[in-house]
Structure formats: C-alpha cells, structure tokens
Write a protein that binds this ligand. Structure first.
Ligand SMILES: [Zn+2]
Ligand SMILES: [Zn+2]
Length: 313
C-alpha cells in the first residue's frame, strides 16, 4: 500500500494525456501497435476495460503522474483525510485546480473526496504543473486542517450581492497571499510571487496607502493563517487591525457601496443624526472612520424625505 493509493485517474484524462505525451515520442509506434491489438476483443465492455487497463499501465510506465504524486505526498493531511482523489479533465486552463467534496452524511471532513482538474497537455510541463498543484493542494490542506478552521460559506455581507462578491474576492486574495507566502518560504513559489500578490493586495485594499506593504506582510509572511482571521480582515480591514484612525485613501472603495471613489464625504461623523441612525441600522459594523463616498452620504441625508414621501403615498 502506497501513500497515493487513494488517487484515481479518469480514463478519458489518461487516454488524452498519453496522446499528448506520446506524440513524436520514440515509443509512439510501439504503443499504437500494442494498443491496436485490443480491437480484436469482441465484447465491447471487455474491450473498453482492456483499453483502460492498457492506458493506465502506459501512464505509469511513462511516469506522467510524477508531479501529481509528489505534490500530494507533500501534504500529509490529504492522504490522512481523503477517502479518494479523482484526477480528471479540465475543459480549459482557467478551470484547472483542485476542489474538496464533503459527504454531508459523513462526519465532518472524514471521508472527504478531492478532485484535481487539469488539462491533459499540462502534464507535459512538469515544472508549471508542480507549481499549480502545490498552490491548489495547499488550499485543500488548509481546508482539512482544524487549525485553519475552514467554513464553506462566507457570512453574508451587509450591502447585498455586490458586497458579497467584493468580500469573496478579498477573501480569495488574502488566502492566496498566505498560500504563496508559505510556498515561497519552502522555496516552492515563483520568484515573482511576492510582487504579484502584493500588487493584487494593494488593488483590493487601497485604503492602506503607504502602509500597504506592511499590512500585506501580515498575510504573506504568516505561518499559520486562519479562516476566521481572513474573514475578519476581508469584512473590516481597518477595524480588524485595531487601527481605525487614518482617513480612507483617495481611490479606495467606499465602505458602503463598494465602489472606488476619490470623493469621500469629508466629515462622516458630522452627518445629520437621522442619517447616521439610518446608516448604522443598514450597516451595523460601519463606523464614521470607515468613511463613505459622497453619493452614499447624500443618499442617507435624503432618507427622511423619501420615508415621509413613502408614508404620504
Ligand atoms: Zn488560490
Ligand atoms: Zn458609496
């Protein structure tokens, strides 16, 4: 029994991977000759399973699974927790990655299954493949790690679906930064990883201005990030750092509507009392030092009028 016994390969993925790997290969003709003999099997089911067995053997013989075995072997939590792991075809480059499937009837993450989705031709570039797998499988290892405390759904945003998307995006950016940071310290990340993740971070969290890199380091350089920590920061970047003093940076996003703005309300704490009351009812976590754009401020300033108008109608 090996550590990779729980890995299964989709037959179609194996067949396509062999096609790419053997194109122009010195053993291409030998493969074709041996494979063609199987057409002689009359029973279609028997023939199919003979093809599958033959393909799997060649897949092993050409060592095509080496980067997959290696990346999975590097995350002991996977072998320990996964009932199985299916490697299957991804329709395109964008769909490549790994997913965790949890059986709702089973107890928690025990007996979870994973899927690794790849384009078969990606097996030809083992360096890029290993980099992709290490990133993706660290996501899975985090999800299986009780210390990380993963929850499959993020808390609903106060501002509705637009905010939900914004927060999911922020969460993804933070998690990716912690993943590439840990990979970089093991010598497993692209050299440009830090710069790329910092750029992504500074776009999503432009409110930190000159402090951006310092705040970014809390994630990229974190050895044991937690789901709750990432969520708290995604939902309230300043508040979760306990540093609510600075004003929002021009060009950063309005805390209410989520759109970037250069036109912040200059003194949010001096909004009329009715506007502040209305606002904190809609956004209980909002504080004046989080700021808001002038458009949102005008909306809340106008509130009593529209409420009164509504009662007259
Ligand atoms: Zn990722
Ligand atoms: Zn706004």
């Amino acid at each position: 029994m090996t550590a990779t016994d729980f890995i299964r390969y989709e037959p179609r993925f194996v067949e396509d991977a062999l096609f790419y790997a053997l194109r122009g290969h010195e053993r291409e003709r030998e493969f074709q000759r041996e494979r063609n003999r199987l057409y002689a099997i009359a029973d279609p089911d028997q023939r199919d399973s003979a093809f599958q067995k033959f393909d799997q053997e060649w897949f092993q013989r050409l060592d095509l699974a080496a980067p997959i075995d290696r990346a999975i072997g590097e995350q002991p939590l996977l072998a320990r927790n996964l009932a199985r792991c299916l490697v299957a075809r991804a329709p395109g480059k964008k769909e490549e990655g790994a997913e965790l499937f949890v059986n709702p009837q089973a107890n928690g993450i025990e007996r979870a299954a994973a899927g690794i989705f790849l384009q078969p031709q990606s097996l030809l570039d083992s360096t890029s493949l290993l980099a992709l797998l290490r990133h993706e499988l660290l996501h899975l290892a985090d999800m299986l790690d009780p210390g990380f405390g993963y929850e499959p759904t993020l808390p609903a945003a106060e501002g509705g679906p637009t905010h939900d998307r914004l927060l999911a995006d922020r969460y993804r950016i933070l998690w990716d930064a912690t993943i590439d940071g840990r990979l970089a310290r093991r010598g497993w990340a692209r050299e440009s990883a830090r710069v790329e993740r910092l750029l992504e971070f500074s776009r999503a969290f432009s409110m930190f201005g000159a402090e951006t890199e310092q705040v970014f380091s809390r994630f990229f350089d974190a050895e044991a990030p937690s789901h709750a920590g990432l969520v708290a920061f995604a939902y309230d970047p300043r508040g979760s750092l306990g540093a609510p003093s600075a004003k929002p940076h021009p060009g950063s996003r309005c805390a209410l509507c989520g759109f970037p703005t250069h036109d912040f309300e200059p003194e949010p704490d001096r909004l009329p009392a009715h506007a502040l009351a209305e606002l904190t009812r809609d956004f209980p976590r909002w504080r004046p030092n989080h700021g808001l754009c002038r458009q949102c401020a005008d909306l809340y300033r106008a509130c009593p009028l529209s409420t009164r108008a509504a009662t007259i109608i």
